[in-house]
Design a protein around this ligand. Structure first.
Ligand code: FAD
Length: 291
């Protein structure tokens, strides 16, 4: 199918109005921001909302990147391109710049929003894994007011978040700038989703990895955190032995399926290899040696 099912269209004039519209129309209503995930799904009839609530005009409320020193706040309507071009992201949140550089193509990056990417909960989308590594939380607004949800609690399944139906994701917050961070992705060609991708954010204490978070993309039914690999690396001196041990653990922790991007074993092998490569890059960056 290339034509969406019939739907009603409402334009929200504010976040408050978006929440009201979602409440008024109930489960049949769906937000639309950049439309780069929702419209293809509607055309394929994988989604058939009765009412589409357009929030794309809410730039004054939801489109910003604010650096508060101890935290970075990114509004939900910020475009991929704006994150990629942000000086603070390039300088201090290098993992995000790495990830954005490899997301889709310039057309998608000009229109696709951060909020749409996070709320869509596609396990093959890069930003959820990037924000998992960055220990982030999202801010959401609904009829009961505002609350925050830690990224570890956001993804419950493919295309499924823990947000209530009537909630609008308004912001993502990254609590602090990590010592060093990096993102690596293997895809078949430009514009493709990942066969496998890994985000790493870490802090060094002397010669040892003091703390580390690892997000995995494309190798499970939801975005995953490689906690076993994190434990294996915490307190360790960086090096090929530690990386290969952690890579083996991460390859076991993930749960890929066979599809056009590769076999299960191929994807586990990508995780094994990418893990060491990405941690090594983050360590280099933490040590002030940019790579
Ligand atoms: P929309 O399509 O408008 O919405 C997506 C979903 O999120 C809908 O369910 C909608 O109801 C919900 N939603 C939107 N905004 C909010 C909000 N503020 N609060 C709550 N719910 C909300 N992504 C990658 O990560 N890596 C890739 O390599 C990649 N490649 C792509 C290639 C192509 C050709 C295309 C079309 C997309 C690709 N994407 C990729 C996905 C792209 O990043 C997303 O489509 C985009 O960021 C989603 O944002 P949007 O504003 O278009 O969301």
């Amino acid at each position: 199918m290339q034509v969406p099912a019939r739907f009603e269209y409402e334009v929200a004039g504010s976040v408050r109005e978006a929440v009201e519209l979602l409440e008024r129309y109930g489960e049949g209503a769906r937000l639309i921001a950049g439309g780069h995930s929702l419209i293809p799904m509607m055309k394929l009839r994988l989604a058939a909302p009765e009412v589409v609530v357009d929030i794309s005009g809410l730039d004054s409320e939801l489109r910003y990147i604010e650096d508060e020193g101890e935290a970075l706040r990114i509004g939900a309507l910020t475009r991929h391109r704006e994150v990629l071009e942000s000086p603070v992201v390039r300088e201090r949140y290098t993992l995000l710049a790495d990830a954005e550089r490899m997301i889709a193509d310039p057309l998608v990056r000009n229109m696709g929003t951060i909020g749409g990417d996070l709320a869509n909960a596609d396990p093959a989308e890069d930003l959820p894994a990037a924000f998992v590594a960055l220990d982030s939380e999202v801010v959401v607004r609904g009829t009961n007011g505002e609350r925050t949800v830690h990224i570890d609690d956001l993804y419950v399944g493919p295309y499924e978040t823990s947000l209530d139906h009537g909630e609008v994701l308004t912001e993502v917050r990254v609590p602090r700038s990590p010592g060093g961070s990096a993102y690596s992705k293997v895809k078949r060609k430009t514009g493709d989703y990942a066969a496998a991708a890994i985000g790493v954010a870490l802090s060094m204490g002397g010669d040892e990895i003091e703390s580390i978070r690892i997000g995995l993309c494309g190798v499970g039914s939801r975005t995953l955190r490689a906690s076993g690999a994190e434990d294996a690396l915490t307190g360790e001196r960086p090096g090929s032995e530690a990386y290969s041990r952690a890579g083996e653990i991460a390859a076991e922790e993930c749960d890929p399926i066979e599809d056009a991007k590769g076999s299960v074993e191929y994807k586990r092998d990508l995780v094994r290899v990418l893990l060491g490569r990405t941690v090594a890059r983050a360590v280099e960056r933490a040590s002030g040696r940019e790579v």
